[in-house]
Design a binder for this molecule. Structure first.
Ligand SMILES: Cc1cc2nc3c(=O)[nH]c(=O)nc-3n(C[C@H](O)[C@H](O)[C@H](O)COP(=O)(O)OP(=O)(O)OC[C@H]3O[C@@H](n4cnc5c(N)ncnc54)[C@H](O)[C@@H]3O)c2cc1C
Length: 292
C-alpha cells in the first residue's frame, strides 16, 4: 500500500508554499485519474510523500472573458464546462468533447486541469484545446510562465510541468467570424482501446467557401495528441463545393502512420481516422451551405 501525508489548501498561495517547501508532492484535483492510479499502484505514478488536495480552492474555479480570450481555472469540472454559456457561445467543440467523457459522476468530479496534466493519449479535452490554440499558465513561488498547450505536452502521460508548479489557468483565444468547429469520437472507454479514436477540427471558411487556418488534432491516434500539419495544409485552399473528402481521408491516414509507424492496430485506425475527418468536414460543409 502507498502511504503519504495528506495536505489540503483553500488558497492558491498556500498550495504554492507547500509545493515550494516539500518535495515529492502529488496534486489532487477531482481525483478521477490520480486516485485510480494510487489504488492500482500504477507504475506510472512517481514515488511521492505528500498528497496536496487543491479541490477546495475557489480561486481556481473561474471561467471569464478577458479581452479576446476566455480564461478557465484548472478546477472547472467537465459538467461546469458543458453548462457554461461563455463556452457554449464560443467553443461548442469543447462541450461536444466534454459531453463524451466518462459518466455523469466522472464529469461532475473530473477537471479540465486534471485532464490536461494527466496527459493521457486518450484525454478528450486535449484535441479540441490544442485545435483552439489554448495556452497553459504555470505558477510557482518563482513566478509564472505560459506555454502553448501543444508544447506543454511532452509525451504519453508526460508534460513539462515542474514539481514546484501548479497549473493555474487555461487561456483560449476567441475564434472570430466564419470559424467552424467539430469533434468526432468513436469507441467507448470500456471497450478495447483499439476502438477509441477522436478528432477535433477547427477551420475558417471565407465568403467564397474556401477553407483557411484549418487545425486537425486527432486523439488516441498518436502517442499523444498533436496537430496534423500535412492534413491541415491539404484542406486549406480547398472549396466547400468540391473538396475531395476521400483524398483528405487518405492524407490523414498517411500522416498518422508517418508518426506511429505500422502497428497491429494500424489497418483499423487508418480507416477509422479517415472516417472521422470525412464526417467532421462533411458536417461543417453542410452547416456552411445551410447558413448561406
Ligand atoms: C471511469 C472513468 C471514466 C473516464 N472516462 C474518461 C473519458 O471518457 N475521457 C477522458 O478524457 N477522461 C476520462 N477519464 C479520466 C478523468 O476523468 C479525466 O482525465 C479528468 O479530467 C481528470 O481530472 P481530475 O480533476 O479528476 O484529475 P486528478 O485525478 O485529480 O489529477 C490528474 C493528474 O493531474 C494533476 N493535476 C490536476 N490538477 C492539477 C493542477 N491544477 N496543477 C498541476 N497538476 C494538476 C494531478 O497531480 C494528477 O497527476 C475517466 C476516468 C474514470 C475513472
Amino acid at each position: 500500500m502507498i502511504s503519504y501525508e495528506f495536505l489540503t489548501s483553500k488558497k492558491t498561495e498556500e498550495a504554492l508554499d507547500y509545493l515550494d517547501k516539500f518535495s515529492k508532492v502529488q496534486i489532487l484535483a477531482g481525483g478521477t485519474d490520480l486516485l485510480v492510479n494510487i489504488h492500482k499502484e500504477s507504475p506510472r505514478l512517481p514515488p511521492f510523500d505528500y498528497l496536496l488536495d487543491i479541490s477546495k480552492i475557489p480561486e481556481l474555479k473561474f471561467i471569464t472573458l478577458v479581452k479576446n480570450f476566455i480564461e478557465i481555472g484548472p478546477l472547472v469540472t467537465h459538467s461546469r464546462l458543458i453548462s457554461e454559456p461563455l463556452i457554449k457561445d464560443n467553443f461548442p467543440v469543447l462541450i461536444e468533447a466534454a459531453n463524451t467523457i466518462g459518466s455523469t459522476q466522472i464529469r461532475n468530479r473530473g477537471t479540465i486541469g486534471g485532464n490536461i496534466v494527466n496527459a493521457s493519449p486518450a484525454a478528450d479535452l486535449l484535441p479540441p484545446l490544442i485545435a483552439l490554440r489554448a495556452e497553459v499558465e504555470l505558477t510557482s513561488r518563482k513566478g509564472k510562465r505560459a506555454l502553448p498547450l501543444e508544447e506543454f505536452l511532452a509525451g504519453p502521460y508526460k508534460t513539462k510541468i515542474q514539481p514546484n508548479e501548479l497549473l493555474t489557468k487555461i487561456r483560449i483565444p476567441l475564434l472570430g467570424d466564419n470559424y467552424y468547429t467539430d469533434f468526432q469520437k468513436i469507441g467507448r472507454r470500456k471497450a478495447l482501446s483499439i476502438a477509441r479514436l477522436s478528432l477535433a477540427l477547427v477551420t475558417k471558411i471565407d465568403k467564397e467557401g474556401i477553407f483557411n487556418d484549418t487545425r486537425v488534432v486527432p486523439g488516441s491516434a498518436t502517442p499523444y495528441p498533436q496537430s496534423f500539419p500535412k492534413t491541415e495544409k491539404a484542406i486549406n485552399g480547398k472549396s466547400i463545393f468540391n473538396i475531395d473528402l476521400e483524398e483528405i481521408g487518405e492524407i490523414v491516414s498517411k500522416e498518422m502512420v508517418s508518426v506511429t509507424g505500422e502497428r497491429w492496430s494500424t489497418p483499423y485506425k487508418k480507416s477509422a481516422i479517415a472516417t472521422l475527418i470525412k464526417r467532421a468536414l462533411g458536417k461543417i460543409v453542410e452547416e456552411v451551405k445551410t447558413n448561406e
